[in-house]
Design a protein around this ligand. Sequence first.
Ligand SMILES: Nc1ncnc2c1ncn2[C@@H]1O[C@H](COP(=O)(O)OP(=O)(O)OP(=O)(O)O)[C@@H](O)[C@H]1O
Length: 249
Amino acid sequence: MSKAYVVKIENLTKTFAGKEVIKQCHMHVETGSIYGFLGANGAGKTTVFKMLSGLLIPTMGKTEVLGMDILTHRDTILAEIGTLIETPLFYEHLSATENLEIHLAYMGVNNGNVDAALSKVGLNNTGDHPVSKFSLGMKQRLAIARAIVHQPKLLILDEPINGLDPMGIREMRRLFLDLVKNHRMTILISSHILSEIEHIADTIGVIVNGHIIEEVSLPSIKKQFPDGLEDYFFDLMSGGKMNASFNET
Ligand SMILES: Nc1ncnc2c1ncn2[C@@H]1O[C@H](COP(=O)(O)OP(=O)(O)OP(=O)(O)O)[C@@H](O)[C@H]1O
């Protein structure tokens, strides 16, 4: 049986002022999976995420989300995805609940569950406190709640655990796994914290200087690099030299 993909990118290219920052990329995110998107600072992760979310228009190539082309079905796709990309902005003088209610109204969604979303991220006791009084980690949790409140089919999370304390990181890890297992979501996530990606991902995609150079399952990485994702990543970044030097010794 052929695989079903929530995200399928072919030959995606993005140019800013004549400079190609995303170069003929291909990406395949399987339905019901967690796809960890790795790359050094400036490699192009956020730019790809922005094109998948309709925030940037591709210069060339094909971008399918949930089987639809982002260029022709942008609004339909946006109703079905949740995103956390770059620093989230909120109505700072309003509460967490009010922020999520405004978000649902803006999205035109009637069946969102604000209390459930806040509870999932551990913000159910923030009452009337304005968001301006929230810590960085609380705002990050609220951003995740906003991404999931309308029960999207695809979650695009750009470094979602930034600013979270160790408890928060563990809670979010459990939440992401629960969303995929019990709420039929697919997650595309970037993070520089490789150990976290290793805990949750099924597939790893690596982008280097605007090229997606590998898409590989986590179990096959583990077979080759039993000590884990960090060794795999550094080996790739060094052009395979790490493995070569292991072999020489
Ligand atoms: N609006 C823009 N105009 C010009 N160049 C841009 C723009 N947005 C991104 N870039 C460039 O595109 C490249 C990729 O940036 P991007 O933010 O996608 O990388 P990233 O992998 O998300 O990095 P990080 O891990 O630091 O968040 C960088 O060289 C960046 O300077």
